[in-house]
Design a protein around this ligand. Sequence first.
Ligand code: MSP
Length: 534
Amino acid sequence: MDQSKPSFFITTPIYYVNAAPHLGTAYCTMLCDVQARYRRAAGYDVKFLTGMDEHGEKVAEAAQQHGFATPQEWCDSQAPLFKDLWKQLEISNDDFIRTTEPRQNHAVQYLWERMRESGYLYKGSYDGWYCVPEETYFTENQVKKSDEERGAKGEHLCPDCGRPLERVQEESYFFRLSAFQDKLLALYDERPDFVQPAFRMNEVRSFVEGGLTDLSVSRTSFDWGIKVPFDEKHVTYVWFDALLNYMTAVGYGVDSDEARAELAYRWPAQYHVVGKDIIRFHCVIWPAMLMALGEALPEHVFAHGFLTVRNAETGKAEKMSKSRGNAIAPQDVVDLLGVEGYRYYFMTDVAHGEDSAISFERMEQVYNADLANSWGNLISRSLNMSAKYFDGCAPAKPASADAFDNPLAKIADGLVERYMAKMDMLDYGGAKDEVMELIHAANHYIEDSEPWALAKDEAKADELAFVIYNLLEAIRIAAHLLMPLMPQTSVEALRRLSCEGEAASDDLKGICAWGLLAGGQPVEKGDPLFPRLA
Ligand code: MSP
């Protein structure tokens, strides 16, 4: 915690431990990672949190299905799968929370006490429907369906995911969610950017306008969860537990000066990044819980769409999921594109905030066009020419940035601001387009200025040095801007320019100013960073 810097706290959802992580899970984590890296480079003190949601019926069922004696053993066996995958995909999380940890148990118990004091909690009994795969309650009205709309055995089906529902009748504590309708609507009016992208706000608003029912927040027919401190036959409803993880991780409920200082510095979070399927939990239930507790609300909830795959038989795009059997393992993409190609494709080619069909053909296309032919090629050609014409070094810095025509400096002017405006909104495709403009222009500049011809003419030595310097400078700036997407190759590009010391910079605007490249330093051609896929 460096309190001289502004805090930037970003979170992924915590993932259910019911199956190994797949491309969809990794997508959300990567969106946060890119943002976390970008904010560190832009001078924030970042906390990037991810973790696992280990309680609830769904996880207990998965443990049983996999033959584990206890859900805890099952979760312990799965945690390394998540942690190892995040490491492999260059996920730079600062914390990894598991809801079975003592810190979560403590925070949830503290939450119960505060909720009891708030007056928004009461004891009653729940009689309705429950979807275990979604861990969501549904009222009679929401599921009342004609016979044709029932399952093959006449079961009631989940209105969201279509899987059979469970009938639940049990004593339960309720959170008075209905009391927050007006306050939530006022929140959406006052802070239109609370939910991003903007079109998701309508969905949230109309849900709340439709009326809110009180939420059952404890279970008695089931025991895999955190006990309610003042009524031990109740365990906490898994979402009431899970949502609190965001505050647990920054010291909520801990009675120490250090924890209070951390909470004051970190809370509220700047971004909760979530999939569109869990937007109601984050934009309705979670803010209502925080209002009841008198705590500040997160600044933004960003909802992304689903990665889909085309069903070969029906031709329709379907959500990628383990249960549908259409999940692609991250390793398959890593094998094809390498980790950095993987990151680049998913972060820049998947439509911002919307569902997006992914395909291996498209991955290859994007990789070859952008990384092998444009970015990789620019680096190879420029470093090669610099080493060849300037004895293994960069040319000296030109006395003036406009001694000759310099289209690259013109594009670089204001580039970082244009890029940051897109990055701030998690629009990585848009940010990439800004950087690609410089890269494409640099490749054209090579064709137009023909350094190989300049090199043959002694009288053109100044112009040759000018052109090569500009190319290297464009590479240096592009490497900084691409670093959140592709950290390793960007650092390698800087290293080849003898600028690796810049990689740890936390002044993105400053470091991207045109003309900072010293000139005269050694450069290294190296192997292609993005070999073309056949
Ligand atoms: N445990 C809850 C979240 C609690 S947060 C306090 C949960 N877990 S989950 O494992 O089912 O889903 C986690 C996230 O993965 C969700 O945001 C979901 O949208 C995302 N994805 C799961 N499949 C996905 C795709 N096919 N594509 C993109 N994201 C997907 O919900």
